[in-house]
Write a protein that binds this ligand. Structure first.
Ligand SMILES: [Zn+2]
Length: 412
């Protein structure tokens, strides 16, 4: 069976990506003045630059003076950014969103946001509208958690992968156990032995198929559910034939009436609570581990300053960030001397800055979600990031007591 490529996206990345899309979606331009620019990896630099310059000269025909000013301002910012990054487009491509997001009539507040797609971007697009065009990205943000499902009894087994709400059958077979008919002259004992042997071989076949289908995605698989009618699934598990890496991911067993594709559907239907429960458990576990280290071992830190310091020293094993952390990293650059500065503000807080070196008004080049900035820092030092909701008591505590930012450390 042909295996589809399953993308390597962490929960934290997906979470942040969707948060960014929601934010971009909330902006409305008063005219056709919000620009979306999609640049796939490998796009020719001069084709993009000449298109932008062409758009800029055409924008002088825009009748409404505010819209004209905003479109021209946005194009200038985009061109600046591309020059600044020297057209180094990430492997997945780059999406740039720029325009006036001020809600006050006549006032302009032109902001630029970049999004690195979580999957490879194929669409090249320049779009100017009263809202940002997010279509090529929205599909990417759909959930990609993977669960393994095995539905089985003594006669039939079906293996499926569940990605978001879709499942894919990756293995399907029948045994010949039931078909074994006692041959004339064969002793009952001998027959029983053969039957058991056939049963064991069937379990072995299932386990091998499970290992083959699931082990390659082991890092992305969040859990495995074993389902089927009766006790066969329990007997199968007792034989311990599965790869140890798969065993660790078994969430539990579910009873179903069928062992074919219907059985897979039944399993998904009946596992909802089990899966939701798992998410909650995972979150509780990581926050509890963090708190245990705070109290007992000292192998944890919290607070913005302390956590960033630990990150920069390469001490962080797991970075914990509350999804309530609504801050923005503002990247400034001096148009005269090129001096750069990053200022962290609360979301939607406006900030103006004068250059420390030459005193000129600095230009806001780009805005980033603070969580993204921290995740990038974590990635550099090989730390894992976990985004913590406030849906659990532990998550709520993490936000209220620890300020929503902390880390489990590798060393003190
Ligand atoms: Zn300066």
């Amino acid at each position: 069976m042909k295996r589809k490529i399953i993308e390597e996206i962490s929960d934290a990345e997906l979470n942040l990506f969707n948060k960014k899309l929601r934010k971009l979606k909330s902006f409305k331009g008063s005219g056709t003045e919000l620009i979306s620019l999609y640049i796939p990896y490998g796009t020719d630099r001069s084709s993009v630059m000449s298109q932008l310059i062409n758009e800029r000269s055409q924008s002088s025909n825009i009748k409404d003076p505010n819209t004209r000013k905003n479109v021209q301002g946005a194009l200038k910012k985009i061109i600046n950014l591309l020059k600044q990054i020297d057209f180094n487009i990430p492997k997945n491509g780059l999406a740039i969103f720029c325009g006036n997001i001020s809600k006050q009539e006549g006032k302009s507040n032109i902001k630029l946001f970049t999004v690195v797609p979580i999957k490879r971007l194929e669409t090249k697009l320049y779009w100017c509208d009263s809202e940002f065009n997010l279509e090529p990205l929205e599909e990417m943000g759909k959930p990609t958690e993977i669960y393994g499902i095995l539905v089985m009894d003594k006669n039939e087994a079906t293996i499926a992968l569940l990605k978001g709400k879709k499942y894919e059958i990756v293995g399907k077979f029948r045994s010949n156990v039931a078909g074994k008919i006692r041959a004339g002259g064969q002793s009952a004992k001998r027959f029983e032995h053969l039957r058991e042997e056939a049963e064991y071989n069937f379990y072995k076949k299932i386990a091998e198929a499970m290992n083959k289908a699931l082990v390659p995605y082991i890092d992305k698989i969040k859990g495995i559910i074993i389902a089927g009618p009766g006790m066969t699934k329990e007997t199968f598990l007792e034989k311990e034939l599965l790869d140890y890496r798969l065993k660790e991911k078994i969430l539990g067993t579910v009873s179903t009436a069928y062992t074919d594709e219907y059985g897979v559907k039944e399993t998904i239907e009946r596992s909802k609570d089990l899966l939701k429960h798992t998410e909650i458990i995972r979150e509780k576990e990581i926050v509890n581990e963090f708190m245990k280290h705070v109290i007992k071992t000292g192998l944890a830190t919290y607070g913005e300053k302390e956590t960033i310091e630990a990150l920069e020293l390469g001490k962080v094993a797991v970075l914990l960030l509350s999804e309530k952390l609504n801050k923005t990293a503002n990247y400034f650059e001096c148009p005269h001397c090129g001096h750069k500065e990053t200022v962290i503000t609360n979301e939607n807080e406006e900030v103006q800055l004068n250059c420390k070196k030459c005193g000129s008004a600095m230009e806001l080049v780009e805005e980033k979600d603070y969580i993204e900035l921290l995740m990038e820092k974590a990635k550099v030092v090989g730390a894992q990031t976990r985004i913590i909701s406030t849906e659990t008591e532990e998550g709520e505590k993490f936000w209220k007591i620890f300020g929503g930012i902390g880390a489990i450390l590798r060393f003190k």
